[in-house]
Write a protein that binds this ligand. Structure first.
Ligand code: ZN
Length: 138
């Protein structure tokens, strides 16, 4: 794995939290993006070379809605950038980690993403992400 790419934070209301994190970080979010497949709306802030991703549920079945119902707002996942997501999935599977989606899905911010089950990672939901080359972005 390379660096920590971003930290995902589950929030109840994106507009309210955008203002809160703008006050915290001293900089405004640089994009808002819906990920329909996950039922979420996200916003991104730059912090040095890393990012903060705020996630708001759009529908009751969204994993973010379930997370907030169970645990309240807070840190939802840590994302690591990788160069070869398929190779990393193979490596982590062979290490005994439970991969939630073997086939990478299209996440926010032009990334292929795969999640590891938090049960095998001390309760931490881990996201792997790999940049989608510009040429493949529709
Ligand atoms: Zn994320």
């Amino acid at each position: 794995m390379d660096k920590i790419e971003h930290i995902g934070i589950a929030v109840k209301d994106l507009e309210t939290s955008n203002l809160l994190f703008q006050r915290l970080l001293g900089t405004a979010h640089y994009k808002i993006e819906e990920v329909a497949s996950e039922g979420v709306r996200t916003s991104f802030f730059k912090v040095g070379n890393q990012k903060i991703e705020l996630l708001e549920a759009l529908v009751a079945e969204s994993p973010i809605a379930k997370f907030i119902a169970q645990r309240g707002e807070g840190i939802h996942h840590i994302a690591f950038s990788v160069k070869d997501i398929i190779a990393e999935v193979k490596r982590l599977s062979s290490e005994g980690f439970v991969v939630l989606n073997e086939k990478p899905m299209r996440g926010a911010d032009n990334k292929w993403v795969v999640f590891l089950h938090p049960k095998g990672v001390n309760g931490v939901l881990v996201e792997l992400c790999q940049d989608i080359p510009q040429a493949e972005v529709e």
